[in-house]
Design a protein around this ligand. Structure first.
Ligand SMILES: N[C@@H](CCC(=O)N[C@@H](CS)C(=O)NCC(=O)O)C(=O)O
Length: 226
C-alpha cells in the first residue's frame, strides 16, 4: 500500500471529495490541514508541494497529485479491487457519472468564486472589496448556484437513486455532496430540491461520507479547541 498524505482544508469542497473517495476506497491516509483563512496555500512550504497554491494535494509515495477528478480516476485505476468502485459498471453509467462530477467541478465549484478569482475580478473593476461590486458578486454567485442546483436536482431525479445514479456511491456522489455542503455554508436553502436533500441525507448515513464532513475535520473551527 502506498503512503498517502492529503493536504486539505476543512472548508475546501475539493478536499472533501478526496476525503470521501479515499474512505470509499478504504485507503488509509494522513491529513495535513492548510488554512485557507490564513492563506497558507501561498506559503513557501506549501508551494513547494503544489506550485499552483490550490487545495487539495494528495502526496502519493512522495509525488504530489493534483486535480481531484484526475486523482479519483487514478485511485480507481490503481486500486480497482480495493473498497467501493468509484465508477459504475456500464459504459453508459460511467459516462453519466463522469458528467455529473464534471458539472460540479467546472460549472458549480469555481463559480463560488474562491479568493483567487474574486480578488482579480474586484481589482479589474477598479474597486476595492468594500465597494458595491462585492454585494453584486455575492448576489450573482447565489443566483447562479440556485439555478445550477435546480438543474442538478432535475437531472438526478431521472435516475433511480438513492445515490446519484443508483444504489452504489460513486465519484459523482463524492463531488455532489461537498458542493451541497458548500452552498449550505453560503446560506442557501436546499429544501426546494428534494432529490438533492434526500441524496445528502442518504450519503451521510455512510461512514465514508459522515467522516469526511467538514465539521468532522480536525481543523474545523468548532473542533480546534478540542
Ligand atoms: N478543480 C480543482 C479545484 C481546486 C480548488 O478550487 N481548490 C480551492 C479550495 S476548494 C482552492 O485551493 N482555493 C485557493 C484560493 O482560492 O486561493 C480540483 O478539483 O482539485
Amino acid at each position: 500500500m502506498p503512503s498517502l498524505e492529503l493536504y486539505g482544508c476543512w472548508r475546501s469542497s475539493a478536499s472533501q471529495r478526496l476525503q470521501i473517495g479515499l474512505r470509499l476506497k478504504k485507503l488509509p491516509f494522513s491529513y495535513t490541514p492548510v488554512s485557507l483563512d490564513r492563506g497558507e496555500q501561498h506559503r513557501d512550504w506549501y508551494r513547494a508541494i503544489n506550485p499552483r497554491a490550490e487545495l487539495p494535494t494528495l502526496v502519493v509515495d512522495g509525488e504530489p497529485w493534483v486535480q481531484t477528478l484526475a486523482i479519483l480516476e487514478t485511485l480507481e485505476e490503481t486500486f480497482p479491487e480495493q473498497g467501493h468502485s468509484l465508477l459504475p459498471t456500464t459504459h453508459r453509467e460511467r459516462r453519466i457519472c463522469r458528467a455529473i462530477a464534471e458539472q460540479i467541478n467546472s460549472s458549480m465549484q469555481p463559480l463560488l468564486l474562491p479568493a483567487r478569482l474574486r480578488k482579480p475580478i474586484i481589482e479589474a473593476g477598479g474597486q476595492t472589496a468594500a465597494t458595491p461590486l462585492e454585494p453584486a458578486l455575492q448576489a450573482g454567485i447565489r443566483q447562479h448556484q440556485l439555478h445550477a442546483l435546480n438543474d442538478l436536482n432535475t437531472w438526478l431525479a431521472s435516475f433511480s437513486g438513492p445515490f446519484c445514479l443508483d444504489s452504489s456511491p460513486t465519484m459523482a456522489d463524492a463531488c455532489v455532496v461537498p458542493q451541497l455542503d458548500a452552498v449550505m455554508r453560503l446560506g442557501l436553502d436546499l429544501s426546494p430540491f428534494e432529490r438533492l436533500v434526500a441524496l445528502h441525507r442518504h450519503c451521510q448515513s455512510l461512514e465514508a461520507f459522515a467522516m469526511a464532513a467538514p465539521d468532522q475535520q480536525p481543523d474545523a473551527p468548532n473542533r480546534s479547541s478540542v
